[in-house]
Ligand binder design. Structure first.
Ligand code: AMP
Length: 192
């Protein structure tokens, strides 16, 4: 039983969907965005360091992100499946995840990519910002985050496609419709 990566642009709903999937199955979601936000809320050293980065919509340096994931992995029992949400986001992080997982005797089963058109992403993120008060969910920051995503994270799609690990899921429609498609993709990934 291996772990899985959820990929998708900001606002694609990958966080919501990952949360739903892990809740229904008793797995664990590992969201680097959530981990950074908890550090910011608790005003830890790491939190103080990354707050301006999150607010600007750019990426936290790979070494800091990878180290935080390494720490978090220590607490997750080997039998519990992990759904990675928002990590890896760069080619270097993709290389690091293989290393991190093998260090603790784990491995990847596959990658699910939630595909949503750009104009829909912007509208969704602005709605989420108003609802949750996320300081990086504003029109200005979302455009920056999408650019950063296109430049740094989109190349990962090919990286995993070439390895035959990627499953693409249509991320438009209602939360339930998307969840059904994702559930099927997840099952197919895990039964390989
Ligand atoms: P998210 O909640 O996944 O949208 O992440 C919110 C913000 O946290 C991003 O815009 C980045 O500033 C930071 N972040 C989250 N995950 C990563 C990562 N894997 N690498 C670098 N920065 C990240």
């Amino acid at each position: 039983m291996g772990d899985i990566i959820f990929m998708g642009p900001p606002g694609s709903g990958k966080g919501t969907q990952a949360q739903k999937l892990v809740r229904e199955n008793g797995w664990v979601q590992l969201s680097t965005g959530d981990l950074f936000r908890s550090h910011i809320e608790a005003a830890t050293e790491l939190g103080k360091r990354v707050k301006p980065i999150l607010d600007a919509g750019t990426y936290v340096p790979d070494d800091i992100t990878v180290e935080m994931v390494r720490q978090r992995l220590r607490d997750i029992p080997k039998e519990t499946r992990i759904v990675f949400d928002g990590f890896p986001r760069t080619i270097d992080q993709a290389k690091a995840i293989d290393r991190l997982l093998s260090e603790v005797g784990r491995g990847l089963d596959g990658v699910i990519y939630l595909d949503v058109p750009r104009n829909e992403l912007i509208a969704r993120v602005i709605t989420r910002g108003k609802r949750e008060g996320r300081s990086d969910d504003t029109a200005r920051v979302i455009v920056k985050r999408l650019d950063v995503y296109e430049q740094n994270t989109r190349p990962l799609i090919d990286h995993y496609k070439q390895r035959g690990m990627l499953r693409e899921v249509d991320g438009t429609g209602t939360v339930e419709e998307i969840a059904t498609r994702l559930g099927k993709a997840a099952e197919a990934t895990w039964s390989r």
